[in-house]
Design a protein around this ligand. Structure first.
Ligand SMILES: *[C@@H]1O[C@H](CO)[C@@H](O)[C@H](O)[C@H]1NC(C)=O
Ligand SMILES: *[C@@H]1O[C@H](CO)[C@@H](O)[C@H](O)[C@H]1NC(C)=O
Ligand SMILES: *[C@@H]1O[C@H](CO)[C@@H](O)[C@H](O)[C@H]1NC(C)=O
Ligand SMILES: *[C@@H]1O[C@H](CO)[C@@H](O)[C@H](O)[C@H]1NC(C)=O
Ligand SMILES: *[C@@H]1O[C@H](CO)[C@@H](O)[C@H](O)[C@H]1NC(C)=O
Ligand SMILES: *[C@@H]1O[C@H](CO)[C@@H](O)[C@H](O)[C@H]1NC(C)=O
Ligand SMILES: *[C@@H]1O[C@H](CO)[C@@H](O)[C@H](O)[C@H]1NC(C)=O
Ligand SMILES: *[C@@H]1O[C@H](CO)[C@@H](O)[C@H](O)[C@H]1NC(C)=O
Ligand SMILES: *[C@@H]1O[C@H](CO)[C@@H](O)[C@H](O)[C@H]1NC(C)=O
Ligand SMILES: *[C@@H]1O[C@H](CO)[C@@H](O)[C@H](O)[C@H]1NC(C)=O
Ligand SMILES: *[C@@H]1O[C@H](CO)[C@@H](O)[C@H](O)[C@H]1NC(C)=O
Ligand SMILES: *[C@@H]1O[C@H](CO)[C@@H](O)[C@H](O)[C@H]1NC(C)=O
Length: 466
């Protein structure tokens, strides 16, 4: 009763609360020694970096078994999809107080945190390859650049500690995924980064973490194992924060979109594999496709004052991360004195000159299939598309097509114009760090069935729209 009265008094009169006698006094908290500390997965500080130089791989290509059809046929919605009456009323008895009927994994069965299908295994194994590269990449950057180089890019010791902490987070992520996969979980590899200075490192990270998070969002709701999805979700939300923080380090607006895009596993693997140089010899292989690289000739360069005014300023196809090589000091936004043009690390930065915009002419070049990529050069890029006809702009909740113009299948070049599309009123669909695929058809796909586009993809890139 006294407690309740205190509450009422607090609501009605703050002064009276002071007259209520104290019900308990805080005491010192005694903390005991931790009892059990679960072990993390074995990892080392990878010391070797650079392109793969070993002998040709004995096993090449994606993991495969009997394949029953060339693609999954499109079908109408599953039966009963429209049965539930969404009217805010309860339509079935409640299994317990305060508990509505329905849901998946809600009947009291103990959750089992392990993969339950090939789909689950291959998806989590892909996510694990991603966590491993991040663990090494963040450490590598901290060791590779001098304090002077970091400071010259406006990233101080406390901020570098944040990068160190983000690397350590990956140990937890790699551990939880390895535990759900079991003993054959992929191990740490060695890597080759398209990075020669701090600014390029930040941009590579901001793009790599974007396909890391988007790659997981694409498969998470399709996993057979709800418990595995739960734990992976609780890692990938941290990855999402990392992506945002790397954008802030690069002086970009932290999140210029209302929804984060999801992509198919084969897209994430296509973007990731080129930066893995070698893995342990008996490493578990993946089933996913490696699409040929798309090169965005005039990929917007966030290191420039006018980021849109960039030609051949990437470090290569697929990720299309920025190169600072041909930018003069006066063109770098890091040094801009004008506050509407600068891009020093900040919680938020507005750019008065947009990186990209509707109607922008985008020049494209793509690789032919058959290229060796990935760990030990043991995967092969492939596509069944003979001639691409559309650019698919994949961002937020949307896939928006623009026709390819001046297509040359001899040079593998074309151009297109950035479409003017919105997700919702006042939310331009095409913004931020997103994806561009060349396709032979403009298939209608939505976030949950984007994978149906794979048989039509000719080449793939990250596009820097904002
Ligand atoms: C890796 O190096 C960092 C310092 O750069 C160190 O703190 C960490 O313990 C090392 N990790 C391993 C597994 O050796
Ligand atoms: C994908 O889903 C949408 C509905 O959200 C449907 O209209 C479309 O036909 C589907 N695409 C394919 C290729 O199945
Ligand atoms: C859904 O509706 C259809 C037709 O109205 C009916 O035949 C079917 O039994 C319903 N299914 C469920 C699970 O209620
Ligand atoms: C509870 O749901 C699981 C699937 O999530 C199912 O396999 C199991 O049979 C269900 N248990 C009972 C008692 O209905
Ligand atoms: C930075 O990494 C590159 C590429 O791996 C290497 O060539 C260079 O020696 C490294 N520099 C330092 C200071 O570690
Ligand atoms: C590779 O072989 C080593 C040594 O036999 C073993 O410990 C490890 O689990 C194997 N890894 C995979 C992925 O099978
Ligand atoms: C992208 O988002 C930023 C931040 O909201 C906004 O200023 C900019 O106008 C957007 N770009 C486009 C092309 O809409
Ligand atoms: C930025 O560069 C683009 C492409 O060259 C050009 O069209 C635009 O006018 C430039 N904007 C400014 C403000 O200089
Ligand atoms: C960019 O590279 C392409 C070929 O890769 C070349 O044709 C073009 O001239 C280059 N443009 C500039 C401005 O360097
Ligand atoms: C800063 O840049 C903006 C956009 O280019 C321009 O409108 C403004 O005049 C500049 N301000 C100064 C003080 O130079
Ligand atoms: C983008 O996605 C939203 C949500 O699915 C949809 O309502 C909207 O029409 C889409 N916009 C375009 C241009 O496709
Ligand atoms: C596909 O392109 C055709 C014209 O080439 C157009 O009529 C149709 O609306 C487009 N569909 C989508 C989903 O973009």
């Amino acid at each position: 009763m006294r407690l309740q009265n205190a509450g009422l008094l607090a609501l009605s009169n703050v002064l009276l609360v002071q007259a209520v006698p104290r019900l308990y006094t805080p005491t010192t908290t005694f903390s005991e020694a931790e009892t059990v500390t679960p072990a993390v997965v074995p990892q080392t500080n990878v010391t070797s970096h650079g392109p793969f130089t070993g002998p040709p791989a004995t096993t090449t290509g994606a993991l495969s078994t009997t394949v029953t059809a060339s693609s999954i046929p499109a079908l109408p919605p599953a039966p009963n999809s429209f049965n539930y009456t969404a009217d805010g009323k309860l339509h079935a008895p409640q299994p317990a107080p305060f508990t509505p009927s329905g849901g998946i994994g809600t009947n009291g069965s103990a959750p089992v945190y392990r993969v339950q299908s090939d789909f689950d295994y291959q998806s989590l194994a892909l996510a694990l390859y991603q966590e491993w590269i991040e663990l090494d990449l963040f450490h590598w950057g901290l060791q590779n650049f001098t304090v002077e180089e970091w400071e010259a890019n406006g990233i101080n010791a406390e901020e570098r500690f944040l990068i160190e902490y983000m690397a350590d987070q990956e140990i937890g992520h790699a551990t939880v995924i390895s535990n759900m996969l079991g003993p054959q979980a992929p191990k740490q590899c060695t890597y080759n980064y398209p990075v020669s200075n701090v600014r390029e490192f930040i941009d590579f990270n901001q793009k790599l973490t974007r396909w890391g998070e988007a790659g997981v969002y694409g498969f998470l709701p399709h996993l057979n194992s709800g418990p595995a999805a739960q734990l992976l979700l609780q890692s990938i939300t941290v990855e999402a924060r990392q992506q945002l923080i790397f954008r802030q380090f690069g002086g970009q607006f932290p999140m210029p979109e209302w929804h984060t895009v999801g992509i198919p596993q084969s897209w994430a693997w296509s973007l990731l594999a080129p930066y893995i140089s070698s893995c342990p010899s008996n490493q578990t292989r993946l089933v996913w496709q490696n699409f040929p690289a798309l090169h965005i000739i005039n990929q917007p360069n966030p290191a420039r004052i006018n980021g849109s005014d960039a030609w051949n300023e990437t470090t290569g196809g697929w990720a299309n991360t920025l190169s600072t090589q041909n930018i003069s000091r006066s063109e770098l936004c890091l040094h801009a004195r004008n506050k509407t043009l600068d891009c020093a690390p900040a919680i938020s930065q507005n750019r008065s000159i947009p990186l990209s915009y509707p109607g922008r002419q985008v020049f494209l070049k793509w690789d032919s299939p058959g290229q060796l990529v990935g760990p030990n050069n043991s995967y092969v890029t492939s596509t069944t598309v003979r001639e691409p006809r559309f650019a698919a702009w994949v961002s937020q909740l949307n896939v928006t097509y623009s026709p390819l113009l001046n297509v040359s299948t001899r040079d593998n070049t074309a151009y297109t114009f950035q479409p003017n599309a919105s997700t919702w009123d006042n939310d331009p669909a095409i913004n931020g760090t997103m994806f561009l695929a060349l396709t032979d058809t403009n298939l209608t796909v939505t976030p949950y069935n984007l994978t149906m586009l794979n048989p039509h993809v000719a080449a793939l890139a990250v596009y820097q729209a904002g």
